[in-house]
Ligand binder design. Sequence first.
Ligand code: GLY
Length: 128
Amino acid sequence: MTDNTTAELLRLSQELLDAIVAGDWDNYARLCDPSLSCYEPEACGHLVAGMEFHRYYFELQPSTSPRNTTIASPHVRVLGDTAVVSYVRLTQKLDAHGAPVTAAMNETRVWHRQPQGWRHVHFHRSAC
Ligand code: GLY
């Protein structure tokens, strides 16, 4: 694993999170393989495959409340053409009273190096 590969995978992971916060479906879909699979709290313990489950959230009215997402304590492991990126996702936002709060989630995201570049193929998100 090179430092360049680690830096690229962390940059792509941050791009992915920024696309989610911005409601930028085109950028999110560009970074993902269409077969993306996941476990996340919204899926109620079920493995979900494909992009439609995720598209639903992007089609909702984007939040006008400011948000900032930080990747904390990242760990990157490259296994040939596959990489596992794990970190704590910190989301700063405002609560119902307008006071700033920070939410933390554990995320593991798997990337696959394809001819056109790294594509996101699986993730698991759970509460810390
Ligand atoms: N729920 C979309 C994602 O975290 O990738």
